[in-house]
Design a protein around this ligand. Structure first.
Ligand code: ZN
Length: 135
């Protein structure tokens, strides 16, 4: 039973890693500006359009939009899908390496450290006058 369920749980946790990467991007974009992580809904910094489900798909949204806002064509920046891919990859990699347990714990812990690092880099860049990690 457990062995049969493992691929699905691994895929689910890798998805969770991708979503965490998406959240890391949000945090890296908003925390340096002192903005809320909850409101408003994610939107394009250039034209203000509220992002929809396609825009918000980790990695895939970036690929489908070819790295640009669907409305104003502003570039999104390669760091966003990169952060998402690394977060998903780290969770999947840790599970393949250590098994479901403690791989899931190791992976999520590494993503937490990675997220703190990304936010720290974004904050430093913001203070230096680079307005957004998203480009
Ligand atoms: Zn836009």
């Amino acid at each position: 039973m457990i062995a049969e369920a493992a691929p699905f749980i691994t895929a689910y946790l890798a998805m969770a890693g991708l979503m965490l990467g998406s959240f890391i991007n949000l945090a890296a974009d908003r925390l340096p500006r002192g903005e809320s992580l909850v409101t408003p809904r994610s939107h394009c910094r250039t034209c203000g359009r509220t992002l929809n489900i396609v825009d918000l798909l980790p990695v895939l949204g970036y690929v489908l939009r070819r790295g640009r806002c669907a409305t104003c064509r502003a570039t999104i920046g390669t760091s966003a899908p990169l952060v998402e891919a690394v977060s998903g990859g780290v969770v999947a990699g840790a599970i393949f390496w250590q098994g479901l347990w403690p791989g899931a714990l190791t992976g999520l812990s590494l993503v937490a450290v990675f997220g703190a690092l990304v936010v720290a880099i974004a904050t430093t860049r913001y203070r230096q006058g680079v307005r957004s990690l998203r480009g």
